[in-house]
Design a protein around this ligand. Sequence first.
Ligand code: 2AL
Length: 174
Amino acid sequence: MDISTVNSLPYEDFVNIFGNVVEKCPIITAAVWSSRPFVSLSALEAAISEFIDSLPESGKEGVLRCHPDLAGRDLRRGTLTRESREEQARAGLHALEPAEASRMARLNEEYKQRFGFPFVVCARMNDSTSILRQLAEGCRSELAAERARGIAEVKKICRVRLRGLVLDDVSNKL
Ligand code: 2AL
Protein backbone atom coordinates (compact mmCIF):
# COMPACT_ATOMS: atom_id res chain seq x y z
CA MET A 1 0.00 0.00 0.00
CA ASP A 2 1.35 3.47 -0.80
CA ILE A 3 0.67 6.71 1.06
CA SER A 4 -2.01 7.93 -1.36
CA THR A 5 -3.95 4.72 -0.75
CA VAL A 6 -3.53 5.28 2.99
CA ASN A 7 -4.91 8.80 2.63
CA SER A 8 -7.96 7.57 0.77
CA LEU A 9 -9.00 5.06 3.45
CA PRO A 10 -12.24 5.68 5.33
CA TYR A 11 -11.57 5.78 9.06
CA GLU A 12 -13.05 2.33 9.66
CA ASP A 13 -10.52 0.75 7.29
CA PHE A 14 -7.71 2.98 8.52
CA VAL A 15 -8.28 1.84 12.12
CA ASN A 16 -8.69 -1.79 11.07
CA ILE A 17 -5.41 -1.77 9.17
CA PHE A 18 -3.28 0.47 11.42
CA GLY A 19 -5.03 0.00 14.77
CA ASN A 20 -2.21 -2.06 16.28
CA VAL A 21 0.83 -0.08 15.13
CA VAL A 22 0.90 0.97 18.77
CA GLU A 23 0.10 -2.22 20.63
CA LYS A 24 -3.58 -2.43 21.66
CA CYS A 25 -3.97 1.36 21.29
CA PRO A 26 -6.33 1.78 18.32
CA ILE A 27 -7.48 5.08 19.84
CA ILE A 28 -4.13 6.58 18.77
CA THR A 29 -4.68 5.46 15.17
CA ALA A 30 -8.27 6.71 15.25
CA ALA A 31 -7.09 10.10 16.51
CA VAL A 32 -4.37 10.66 13.87
CA TRP A 33 -6.80 9.89 11.02
CA SER A 34 -7.89 13.54 11.51
CA SER A 35 -4.42 14.68 10.37
CA ARG A 36 -4.76 13.27 6.82
CA PRO A 37 -3.56 13.69 4.19
CA PHE A 38 -0.07 12.49 5.13
CA VAL A 39 2.62 13.53 2.66
CA SER A 40 4.65 10.41 3.42
CA LEU A 41 4.99 7.41 5.69
CA SER A 42 7.29 9.53 7.86
CA ALA A 43 4.52 12.12 8.25
CA LEU A 44 2.11 9.44 9.47
CA GLU A 45 4.75 8.18 11.87
CA ALA A 46 5.38 11.75 13.09
CA ALA A 47 1.64 12.30 13.71
CA ILE A 48 1.53 9.18 15.89
CA SER A 49 4.68 10.22 17.71
CA GLU A 50 3.31 13.73 18.38
CA PHE A 51 0.04 12.31 19.67
CA ILE A 52 1.93 10.08 22.12
CA ASP A 53 4.11 13.02 23.22
CA SER A 54 0.97 15.10 23.87
CA LEU A 55 -0.33 12.58 26.43
CA PRO A 56 0.05 13.28 30.13
CA GLU A 57 2.57 11.05 31.93
CA SER A 58 -0.30 8.81 33.13
CA GLY A 59 -1.36 8.37 29.47
CA LYS A 60 2.16 7.39 28.46
CA GLU A 61 2.23 4.86 31.27
CA GLY A 62 -1.13 3.60 29.99
CA VAL A 63 0.37 3.05 26.53
CA LEU A 64 3.21 1.06 28.11
CA ARG A 65 0.67 -1.02 30.09
CA CYS A 66 -0.97 -2.11 26.84
CA HIS A 67 2.20 -4.06 25.96
CA PRO A 68 2.48 -7.74 26.83
CA ASP A 69 5.47 -8.93 28.83
CA LEU A 70 8.39 -10.20 26.80
CA ALA A 71 8.44 -13.99 27.03
CA GLY A 72 5.50 -13.74 29.41
CA ARG A 73 2.14 -15.35 30.02
CA ASP A 74 0.58 -14.27 26.71
CA LEU A 75 3.42 -15.85 24.77
CA ARG A 76 3.05 -19.12 26.73
CA ARG A 77 -0.74 -19.13 26.30
CA GLY A 78 -0.65 -18.17 22.62
CA THR A 79 -2.66 -14.99 23.30
CA LEU A 80 -0.20 -12.41 21.90
CA THR A 81 -1.33 -10.20 19.02
CA ARG A 82 0.00 -11.38 15.65
CA GLU A 83 2.52 -8.52 15.59
CA SER A 84 3.85 -9.26 19.09
CA ARG A 85 4.05 -12.98 18.39
CA GLU A 86 6.18 -12.40 15.31
CA GLU A 87 8.40 -9.85 17.05
CA GLN A 88 9.00 -11.98 20.14
CA ALA A 89 9.68 -15.06 18.02
CA ARG A 90 12.16 -13.12 15.86
CA ALA A 91 14.08 -12.19 19.01
CA GLY A 92 14.11 -15.87 20.04
CA LEU A 93 11.90 -15.32 23.09
CA HIS A 94 9.76 -18.38 22.36
CA ALA A 95 12.82 -20.63 22.65
CA LEU A 96 14.65 -19.40 25.75
CA GLU A 97 16.74 -21.80 27.80
CA PRO A 98 14.94 -22.57 31.09
CA ALA A 99 17.47 -20.51 33.08
CA GLU A 100 17.02 -17.51 30.77
CA ALA A 101 13.23 -17.86 30.86
CA SER A 102 13.12 -17.84 34.65
CA ARG A 103 15.54 -14.89 34.85
CA MET A 104 13.37 -12.96 32.36
CA ALA A 105 10.20 -13.77 34.35
CA ARG A 106 11.81 -12.72 37.65
CA LEU A 107 13.16 -9.44 36.22
CA ASN A 108 9.85 -8.64 34.44
CA GLU A 109 8.04 -8.99 37.79
CA GLU A 110 10.64 -6.91 39.62
CA TYR A 111 10.36 -4.19 36.95
CA LYS A 112 6.55 -4.10 37.09
CA GLN A 113 6.59 -3.97 40.90
CA ARG A 114 9.00 -1.04 40.80
CA PHE A 115 7.37 1.07 38.06
CA GLY A 116 3.75 -0.07 37.66
CA PHE A 117 4.17 -0.73 33.93
CA PRO A 118 5.98 -3.46 31.97
CA PHE A 119 9.46 -3.29 30.53
CA VAL A 120 9.10 -2.42 26.84
CA VAL A 121 11.75 -2.78 24.16
CA CYS A 122 11.60 -3.13 20.38
CA ALA A 123 12.12 -6.89 20.09
CA ARG A 124 12.88 -6.69 16.36
CA MET A 125 15.96 -4.61 17.08
CA ASN A 126 17.27 -6.95 19.78
CA ASP A 127 17.97 -10.55 20.70
CA SER A 128 17.32 -12.35 23.98
CA THR A 129 20.77 -11.48 25.35
CA SER A 130 20.46 -7.73 24.75
CA ILE A 131 16.87 -7.74 26.04
CA LEU A 132 17.91 -9.42 29.30
CA ARG A 133 20.78 -6.96 29.72
CA GLN A 134 18.52 -3.90 29.19
CA LEU A 135 15.82 -5.35 31.43
CA ALA A 136 18.33 -5.83 34.27
CA GLU A 137 19.59 -2.25 33.77
CA GLY A 138 16.01 -0.95 33.69
CA CYS A 139 15.28 -2.55 37.06
CA ARG A 140 17.98 -0.30 38.54
CA SER A 141 16.80 2.85 36.76
CA GLU A 142 14.42 5.65 37.77
CA LEU A 143 10.74 6.13 36.94
CA ALA A 144 10.99 9.17 34.63
CA ALA A 145 13.93 7.70 32.73
CA GLU A 146 12.20 4.34 32.26
CA ARG A 147 8.94 5.94 31.16
CA ALA A 148 10.82 7.97 28.55
CA ARG A 149 12.94 5.00 27.42
CA GLY A 150 9.85 2.78 27.16
CA ILE A 151 7.99 5.39 25.07
CA ALA A 152 11.00 5.73 22.75
CA GLU A 153 10.84 1.93 22.27
CA VAL A 154 7.08 2.08 21.58
CA LYS A 155 7.89 4.49 18.74
CA LYS A 156 10.52 2.10 17.34
CA ILE A 157 7.99 -0.76 17.45
CA CYS A 158 5.48 1.51 15.70
CA ARG A 159 8.02 2.39 12.99
CA VAL A 160 8.76 -1.27 12.28
CA ARG A 161 5.05 -2.15 12.17
CA LEU A 162 4.23 0.79 9.89
CA ARG A 163 7.01 -0.17 7.53
CA GLY A 164 5.45 -3.60 7.24
CA LEU A 165 2.20 -2.01 6.06
CA VAL A 166 3.11 1.02 3.94
CA LEU A 167 5.70 1.34 1.19
CA ASP A 168 8.26 3.79 2.47
CA ASP A 169 9.03 7.07 0.75
CA VAL A 170 12.04 5.72 -1.14
CA SER A 171 10.47 2.56 -2.51
CA ASN A 172 7.43 4.64 -3.46
CA LYS A 173 9.52 6.50 -5.98
CA LEU A 174 10.92 3.37 -7.62
C1 2AL B 1 7.00 -6.11 22.95
C2 2AL B 1 6.25 -6.80 21.98
O1 2AL B 1 5.24 -7.47 22.20
N1 2AL B 1 6.87 -6.59 20.80
C3 2AL B 1 7.95 -5.80 21.02
O2 2AL B 1 8.74 -5.42 20.15
N2 2AL B 1 8.01 -5.52 22.35
N3 2AL B 1 6.68 -6.13 24.29
C4 2AL B 1 7.43 -5.49 25.24
N4 2AL B 1 7.01 -5.60 26.51
O3 2AL B 1 8.44 -4.85 24.94
